[in-house]
Design a protein around this ligand. Structure first.
Ligand SMILES: *[C@@H]1O[C@H](CO)[C@@H](O)[C@H](O)[C@H]1NC(C)=O
Length: 369
């Protein structure tokens, strides 16, 4: 690793943000004060369909793997239902009053920006298997963006691929390498809305998992924070948006399969080919909120990042990592046995793991002494 690559910046306003509606522990006595307003907003919003509580729960458990217990507690408590629909910036602003105060997290200094891109690169090389395109694109995009003194717009990356190919894994890793305490940072627990965060944080990171399920209203509310501005992002603030979806997963897999059938290495798959396929697939999704949002129609996504389907030997590497991470003894035989428990498709070739590396770490439980 190159020396001097890591420059801890101790700016006062910096934060890693989890956009999460539901189960905020810091509401306390504030809640009744906002109750009336909440009711008013709720009424106005009426039956407009929007974010489901389920989505946010999945985000917390799926991306962060840490909000799951909080959610359980929330169910037994007598808190008001937080599954309120959210449409448009105004409502986001009103609702923000409830969420844990931002100041708290920065007073404790837990939100320090480290922007350890070299470390991220190293860890991606070590732990993200079979994704040469994603690796390269993400590092190049982040490095360029973080070096630019005054970016013209927020950085928007759209991750595509089957489940288990590493989209969430990479999102977590990005968070962990941009902020000192990564996911353990108090700020990860924070529930905030975008405009306040962008104002308060010198650098904010927003992760939208399962973007294909997001309501178009929410996505359009995000647009002003993503759009280009002649004056650059306000002050020298930066925001990074990651949208994770399985849109285009099949198209990516077909390209990978064609290359394999033609006897060519997956490393030869050119980015341009996949990007073109992803754009085409997006255009065909007439009904999908993400595909139809202004983000895509106005070309606000900077990079489409394809995640390739994983082959047997990639899964074996994930198994090895899972054993190592838990300090467990392992043998070549157990490796193969775990990897063989996964389902491989298509039927004839049995080439790609249908669930990627998902649940590998649970599967090794069967092999414990
Ligand atoms: C940067 O990341 C690398 C790889 O994860 C790690 O070894 C190193 O300690 C990190 N540096 C800081 C300052 O967090």
């Amino acid at each position: 690793m190159g020396p001097g690559a890591v420059l801890p910046r101790l700016g006062p306003a910096c934060c890693l943000l989890l956009l999460l509606l539901g189960g905020c522990g810091g509401l306390g006595e504030e809640a009744p004060r906002f109750k009336a307003r909440y009711e008013a907003v709720k009424e106005q919003l009426g039956a407009v369909a929007a974010l489901s509580k389920r989505y946010w729960r999945q985000l917390a458990c799926g991306v962060w793997q840490e909000g799951c217990e909080a959610e359980e507690e929330g169910k037994t408590g007598s808190k008001p239902g937080w599954s309120l629909p959210v449409v448009g910036q105004d409502y986001l602003e009103i609702l923000s009053a409830w969420y844990c105060s931002f100041g708290k997290c920065c007073e404790t200094g837990d939100c320090r920006i480290i922007n350890n891109v070299t470390g991220l690169e190293l860890d991606l090389h070590r732990q993200l298997h079979g994704q040469h395109l994603a690796k390269e694109t993400i590092i190049r995009a982040l490095r360029g963006f973080l070096r630019s003194p005054q970016p013209q717009k927020a950085l928007v990356l759209s991750f595509h691929g089957w489940s288990g190919t590493g989209k969430n894994f990479v999102a977590r890793m990005v968070a962990a390498h941009l902020y000192r305490d990564g996911l353990k940072s108090e700020c990860v627990q924070l529930e905030k809305q975008i405009s306040e965060t962008v104002q308060l944080c010198r650098q904010s990171l927003f992760i939208f998992d399962e973007a294909e399920k997001l309501h178009v209203g929410l996505l359009d509310a995000v647009k002003p924070f993503v759009a280009r501005s002649d004056r650059g992002q306000r002050g020298n603030r930066r925001s990074i948006f990651l949208f994770l979806s399985n849109i285009g997963g099949n198209a990516i897999n077909e390209v990978a399969l064609d290359f394999w059938r033609a006897g060519r290495a997956r490393e030869e798959i050119p980015m341009e080919l996949l990007e073109q396929q992803l754009r085409l697939e997006m255009l065909q999704l007439a009904e999908n909120g993400y595909a139809r949002s202004h983000l895509l129609e106005e070309d606000l996504v900077d990079f489409f990042v394809p995640f390739l389907p994983l082959e047997y030997h990639h899964v074996k590497l994930c198994v090895r990592d899972a054993f190592l991470a838990r300090g467990l003894p392992y043998t070549e035989a157990t490796h193969e046995e775990v990897a063989r428990m996964m389902v491989f498709v298509p039927k004839e070739e049995k080439l790609f793991s249908a669930q990627g590396c998902k649940s590998v770490s649970q599967r090794i439980n069967y092999f414990l002494p």
